[in-house]
Design a protein around this ligand. Structure first.
Ligand code: GLU
Length: 427
């Protein structure tokens, strides 16, 4: 439960969605750590939020209005860091939850950042590139006072990509009067992006999976994998799992899925997706829907889409021994408890999908120094950081006899609270 001195709209999220899950997770960590209500309120409440209206002139001359948000959950350990999401279901509570998870994620992998997130409630598939560019530039201009390379650094998330980041960077830079690549990460290479950034989240997911199954003495070639969500993260994870020798038996996207016992031919599947835009109708397997995929008899289940897909409705039917959370918040708090009871090992989002923000950090460091690393350097440092963070979380979980999620939260909440205490209060 939240302490009394937390604003009413945070204490009662508008729906039992991601914010409720994030607050329940935090409350559990606070209780274990024995922190007081004041510290709880500080960590439960975003430092800063902005809510903007974004008018768009459509290509046909009509005007349409969108709502956008940027939330800085915590900036005690460094500038805010986190993605920008374009999705029709974006609302302020979702962005608050995602910003809080960014705080814990950056702390768990020891990046010198706080947590932030942005979102615009728009379905990007329904708009032209020109329209998306105008929305991005207007959003950036509205939130301009809040962002900057030492203040709050954006990156891609669902519905946005390297091109979106280039527009953000350009809008910000033109307004400041000089080029400032460090205001965003996940940029195209030609404007200061980093090698390895586009696939970093997926590589990190596979490193985390390898570490988790390794604890049971297994290797990638021993496991069958199902991936729910076939966007940037899920599709590249399928490639890296297959390259590592795992059998990727099922994948799905928002339109449907495909399943083949013994493993799908991932390179051929990727060609099909490139040609048709979906995994549906791939001739190398049988159709399967999203719900059935989540409860398939596989070893590793990788939710790689949106929040809340593993809930109390289906948690009891999840058969995978490991759930590796490539998405942010795919498991509700209730489902998490149910999975833990059944001995399912959940590698939590704030650890499993941290590869993206780790290479974002590398990109930001490179931009600040104007000195670029090789792909090999980036891949090695990413792997080192992922494995180091995994070991630290696994150790604390063993010591405290808690799940990997609770271990990761204990570690990160402690780090953020430590920064608060050391800095003290002003005035
Ligand atoms: N959107 C990604 C995430 O949720 C990356 C964030 C970043 O690189 O700042 O972790």
């Amino acid at each position: 439960m939240l302490p009394d001195n937390v604003p009413a709209d945070l204490a009662q999220p508008t729906h039992a969605g991601p914010l409720a899950t994030a607050q329940t997770q935090l409350a559990g960590a606070i209780e274990r750590l024995g922190y007081d209500a004041g510290m709880h309120a500080m960590l439960a409440t975003p430092r800063r939020e902005i809510n903007v209206a974004i008018p768009l002139r459509r290509d046909d001359g009509r005007t349409e209005l969108f709502h956008g948000f940027r939330v800085q959950h915590n900036v005690s350990r460094g500038p805010g860091k986190g993605g920008l999401r374009f999705h029709p279901s974006v609302d302020v509570d979702e962005v608050r939850a995602l910003a809080m998870w960014m705080t814990w994620k950056c702390a768990v992998v020891e990046l010198p950042y706080g947590g932030a997130k942005g979102g615009v409630a728009i379905d990007p598939r329904l708009y032209s590139q020109g329209e998306l560019e105008r929305v991005t530039r207007r959003y950036t201009s509205e939130i301009m006072p809040m962002i900057g390379p030492e203040r709050d650094i954006m990156a891609p998330d669902i519905g946005t990509d390297a091109q979106t980041m280039a527009w953000v960077m350009d809008t910000y830079s033109v307004n400041k009067g000089y080029t400032i690549p460090g205001v965003v990460t996940g940029k195209p290479l030609e404007v200061g992006g980093s090698l390895g950034r586009a696939t970093a989240t997926s590589r990190g997911v596979v490193h985390a999976s390898r570490a988790a199954i390794g604890e049971a003495g297994l290797e990638l070639s021993d496991v069958r994998v199902a991936i729910q969500g076939f966007g940037k993260v899920g599709s590249n994870a399928a490639v890296f799992f297959a390259e590592g020798g795992a059998r990727v038996e099922a994948v799905s996207d928002e339109y449907g899925g495909v399943h083949r016992s013994g493993g799908l031919d991932v390179p051929r599947l990727m060609d099909h997706v490139r040609d048709t835009g979906s995994v549906v109708d791939f001739d190398g397997g049988d159709p399967i829907d999203n719900a059935a995929l989540l409860t398939l008899d596989v070893d590793v289940l990788v939710p790689a889409a949106v929040e809340g897909v593993i809930s109390s409705q289906n948690a009891a039917d999840v058969k995978a021994r490991w759930v590796v959370e490539a998405a942010n918040g795919p498991t509700t708090a209730k489902a998490d408890a149910a999975l833990a009871e059944r001995g399912t090992v959940v590698v939590p989002d704030i650890l499993a999908n941290a590869g993206g923000v780790i290479v974002s950090y590398f990109e930001w460091v490179q931009a600040q120094q104007a000195y670029w690393w090789t792909e090999v350097e980036i891949e090695q440092r990413l792997e080192e950081r992922m494995l180091h963070a995994y070991s630290a979380v696994a150790e604390i979980s063993r010591r405290e006899k808690v799940s990997l999620r609770d271990g990761a939260l204990l570690l990160s909440v402690q780090r953020v609270a430590g920064a608060h205490r050391t800095r003290g209060l002003y005035p």
